[in-house]
Design a protein around this ligand. Sequence first.
Ligand code: FEO
Length: 172
Amino acid sequence: MVSEKVEGALNNQVRLEAESSQFYLAMASWAETEGLNGVSEFLYTHSDEERQHMLRLVRYINERGGRAVIPQLPKPPVTFESMTQLFENLLKHEINVSEKISEVVDICLNEKDYITHNFMQWYVAEQIEEEALARTIMDKLKLIDGDKGGLYLFDRDIATISVTSAADEGKK
Ligand code: FEO
């Protein structure tokens, strides 16, 4: 059974993951209208993953005798200034998610809820990867610096970008 405090913290996280999914869906849709099909596919997939993150929490809360709350979501932006601005937003958003996950972990420890603490470790590991990926993408966009040919290749290759820094790529 989860305590009220843990249940509240997990439900806040449900909202945040749902907001992430909605936010990335808006990004995907904008990228699609800009003809950036690679970026758009990447973001549609990312949006789906965030929904899975939300679902995992919803099911856990209910399984542990709590009650998951399906939240109302704010309307995300319709347009973005540029690819760089879009991925800057994404990185900032992921950093915020990581902070919130740390807060949930902290609450679990204070409440001596080691089962939920254990459950949350999956999210901790996931955030390390997601932040690193967003940083790698930002490194690449900085290198491209708005160059159209560079953006074309970025859009073509984004599905294959893995977590390595752009600096490492330069050494190849
Ligand atoms: Fe599920 Fe990207 O945080």
